[in-house]
Design a protein around this ligand. Sequence first.
Ligand code: SER
Length: 313
Amino acid sequence: MGQGVLVTGAFGQIGSELVSALQQKHGKEHVVALGHHNVDSSYDGIVEIGEISDKEKLESIIQKYDVGTIYHLVSILSARGEQDPQLTWNVNMDGLKFVLDLAVKYKIKVFWPSSIAAFGPTTPRDNTPQHTILEPTTMYGVTKASGELLCQYYRLKYGLDVRSVRYPGLISWKAEPGGGTTDYAVAIFYGAIQEGKYTCFVKEDTVLPMMYMDDAIRGTIQLMDAPAESLQVTTSYNLAAISFSAQELAQEIQKRMALEVSYVPDHRQKIADSWPQRIDDSVARSEWGWSHEFDLSKMVDVMLEKLHAKLQK
Ligand code: SER
């Protein structure tokens, strides 16, 4: 297997943190960050600039760096996806298919993120089982549910080693999310620190599954390191950490600083209401040893500390 590790969407919310973890694990000389308009100029490592729709470019990168593993993160998220469903389909699905085809050709191991958005209003919302109804109502969710099936198809048909998790909303301080429904759980920290107030675009009793980014990165690498024979799920693993309402998050911040919150739900409320509130991730826990470290209080502590330091610079 090639030693190169390629990360697409390397400068997005997850990529920004996954890339440095992978550099530590594999060495800077083996990690290739593929980005486009949002490349971080201070990034210290190998960078390639290109669109995910450029299959030739992708293939030349694979050859150039002897890529044996791809973390394919490029994706348009749920709220932005509703503004341009066609583009969302193209980026999310065509991009995934290119990656899977090249992975078969070059015998590459693949990580691809699914999401709680693969679920829909007909899915049980509490303690959502690993195997359940996937009838999403956003284009983003449609690409996640379809992507799961496409990955499974490549695994069964071509024996491709492709691994996947259904991430909950991810909370991080380094790079901001963009165009997602769970973005309020990050934006509220910026509001608190910069203005002492925040207008939340979902209702106070909106509960969604969430996770601090460090847990997500650790879990991702743990899944990729797990022995193939221990993995029985052929689509995507439920992955959970903490669930809280928007108001519970606000109150946790208010225990530490002054923060005024108002709730003005917009079009994203409907998306949030179509997703589960709590996910059962016991299969991930038993098959490959997943466990989270950050509860609500620990997450809020670290977010406030890191974000304060970042915004003071
Ligand atoms: N965080 C994503 C979104 O809100 C869900 O995967 O779109």
